[in-house]
Design a protein around this ligand. Structure first.
Ligand SMILES: NC(=O)c1ccc[n+]([C@@H]2O[C@H](COP(=O)([O-])OP(=O)(O)OC[C@H]3O[C@@H](n4cnc5c(N)ncnc54)[C@H](OP(=O)(O)O)[C@@H]3O)[C@@H](O)[C@H]2O)c1
Length: 368
């Protein structure tokens, strides 16, 4: 297992993290306690140290089990423990301050998470989702207070717009507050929308990109039948189980996506590797990616993906996957590309000499 310092921090985290959104059966697509424990043990045995959860996962069960596993295995110091606040899993509508990113909720959420996790601190505390309401100063000051109190070691953001992350990072830096060192976002061969803005932002501002849903909720494992809707699939899995509840905007089984899955299948076949490994390898080696969070509902699935970084994806195969899943050119970047030659009066200013600024931290996954 390889480790990275997470963004511009001193926190050493493994490149493959363990996701625990599947710990618990409340969602209808998770796993039982014995399986969760087996996943936890296997991940640590493989050398991993970075475990991601959230207060909302399985209505608190994920944090509760994880707290028990860590206590029983005596691994609290070794584990880099990440959790998140924002959502109200009771969802009764009775108390608007029992959710969101306001100070009142953040402090209450952390106290509840620490209790479930049976610890006095978390190593990375992330805002889970932008609430569109709370001033960024309030979020940052609260996180900074929690770091100073010793209850949080590092701060991070998840599921926020790029402008918000840039504003938060810059403001924290200028005011001397704890700067977010991680940005957790959805990223896979089927979901490359973050590429327009986020990798450059992460590299410029010193945030490590933590990838969620690297297999697009299992679709990139290749187990679903092409051409069928999620509800019509015959194999069990999250995409089928959540087909009715899933919003149309989050629908993954589209014609475009089946084309990408088909190319992944061909590439994986040529490499002699499972599709899931190739999908994880591809995303782990994208610019600014620090860690890829693996999700599983069985030990066999984790065993399938854990060796994902044990091989190099040949450049020509990587290029084929890039082409099959490429995003359309978009303004302003496509326009700036076209105009770049005119900006320097025809002189070649853009190209940098080889190894220019090639410090260890500036390689893939680090900051630039
Ligand atoms: N910040 C956020 O908003 C956010 C959002 C989502 C997730 N996350 C984090 O990211 C982690 C990973 O996300 P994810 O679970 O969506 O990741 P994912 O890799 O896209 O999906 C994992 C699911 O794919 C299926 N799968 C995994 N490996 C497989 C294999 N080898 N063969 C066949 N099927 C396989 C399993 O589901 P089935 O068995 O049901 O098919 C598994 O639960 C979560 O645990 C959580 O920690 C964060």
């Amino acid at each position: 297992m390889e480790y990275y310092t997470l963004g511009r921090s001193g926190l050493r985290a493994s490149r493959l993290a363990l996701g625990t959104m599947t710990f618990g059966t409340e969602s209808g697509w998770g796993c039982d306690r014995a399986t969760a424990r087996a996943l936890f043990d296997r991940y640590l045995d493989a050398g991993g140290n970075f475990i991601d959860t959230a207060d909302v996962y399985s209505g608190g069960t994920s944090e509760t089990w994880l707290g028990e596993f860590i206590a029983e295995s005596g691994t609290r110091d070794r584990v880099v423990l990440a959790t998140k606040f924002t959502h109200n899993f009771a969802n009764t509508g009775a108390d608007p301050n029992a959710a969101g990113n306001g100070r009142k909720h953040i402090i209450r959420a952390l106290e509840a998470s620490l209790k479930r996790l049976k610890t006095d601190h978390v190593d990375l505390y992330l805002l889970h989702t932008w609430d569109r309401l709370t001033p960024v100063e309030e979020v940052l000051r609260t996180l900074d207070d929690l770091v100073r109190q010793g209850k949080v070691r590092h701060a991070g953001l998840s599921d926020v717009p790029a402008w918000y992350a840039a504003r938060a990072q810059t403001m924290a830096e200028l005011r001397g507050w704890e700067t977010p060192c991680a940005l957790q976002l959805e990223y896979s061969l089927l979901g490359r929308g973050i590429e327009y803005e986020f990798p450059a932002l992460c590299q410029d501002r010193g945030m490590g990109l933590m990838v969620w849903s690297p297999l697009a909720s299992g679709m990139l494992s290749g187990k679903y039948r092409p051409g069928l809707s999620a509800a019509a699939q015959t194999i069990d899995g999250r995409l089928k189980a959540s087909a009715k509840a899933s919003a149309p905007a989050l629908q993954k089984m589209t014609e475009r996506n089946w084309g990408i899955v088909a190319e992944l299948e061909r590439v994986a076949g040529e490499l002699g590797r499972p599709m899931a490994q190739v999908a994880v390898n591809w995303v782990a080696n994208r610019p600014a990616v620090a860690s890829v969070i693996l999700g599983a509902t069985s030990l066999a699935q984790l065993d399938d993906t854990l060796p994902a970084l044990d091989f190099d994806l040949p450049a020509e195969l990587e290029a084929r996957l890039d082409r099959a899943s490429a995003l359309p050119a978009a303004f302003p970047y496509a326009f700036i590309d076209v105009m770049t030659a005119r900006m320097h009066g025809g002189a070649n200013v853009g190209a940098k000499p080889a190894r220019y600024f090639d410090l260890p931290q500036t390689r893939r996954g680090g900051w630039g």
